[in-house]
Write a protein that binds this ligand. Structure first.
Ligand SMILES: Cc1cc2nc3c(=O)[nH]c(=O)nc-3n(C[C@H](O)[C@H](O)[C@H](O)COP(=O)(O)O)c2cc1C
Length: 190
């Protein structure tokens, strides 16, 4: 079982990273091979809208630190995306990655039901943390990206979410959330 984990927060010891690390630690203990990328440490640009991935290449034409990340996602069984809510959405670090996954769509993606260049059957674990304690806020974030990963042929998607967390590592006291990270890892590695 291969796992690629993308940390979208600039805070390496933050809440989203704490949940992702718990998920990855349990998975590794169960035999998974985990590769983690701290997006904030990488140098990359957002999608340029050049359409080279639809006209010339089957990959993104940009060559930067996201090139390796995009390739690793092609190979993985499980993708973990961890992000805080920033201004009602994912962080800009993660959003730039998500835009670059446009290169996973085939040139005829608007009309072809088989529109993904990725092997089907991958699984997504989406980790979302937010300062606002109100659980009814920011419920739209995961479904937006869930839609795209399902379009890329992901067969299963899971959300792990913590609300009302602000200080770094505060989420460690949310036992239900940390437990969900563990049980989700167990499910993935079965
Ligand atoms: C620039 C910025 C924007 C934020 N925007 C929101 C927001 O829109 N809604 C919210 O509930 N929390 C917001 N927060 C709070 C973070 O989501 C919260 O502190 C979270 O625990 C940080 O995750 P991390 O520890 O993984 O970095 C924001 C924080 C920052 C720094």
């Amino acid at each position: 079982m291969r796992i690629v984990c993308l940390l979208g927060s600039p805070r390496e010891k933050g809440n989203s990273a704490a949940i992702a690390n718990r998920f990855c630690d349990v998975s590794e203990r169960l035999g998974a091979k985990v590769q983690t990328f701290i997006l904030n440490k990488l140098e990359y640009r957002g999608c340029q809208g050049c359409m080279a991935c639809k006209t010339k290449l089957d990959r993104c034409v940009l060559e930067d630190d996201l090139t390796e990340v995009l390739e690793a996602v092609r190979e993985t069984d499980v993708l973990v995306l961890a992000t805080p809510v920033y201004y009602w959405d994912v962080t800009s670090q993660l959003k730039a990655f998500l835009d670059r996954t446009f290169s996973y769509f085939t040139p005829d993606f608007m009309t072809n039901p088989n529109r993904s260049r990725l092997p089907s059957g991958k699984k997504l674990v989406f980790i979302q943390v937010q300062g606002m304690p109100d659980e009814s806020m920011f419920t739209d974030v995961f479904p937006k990206f869930d839609y795209f990963f399902k379009s890329y042929g992901f067969s299963e998607t899971h959300l792990i979410r913590a609300c009302g967390v602000r200080e770094q590592g505060e989420v460690e006291t949310h036992e239900d959330v940390m437990k969900l990270a563990e049980t989700t890892a167990e499910k993935m590695c079965k």
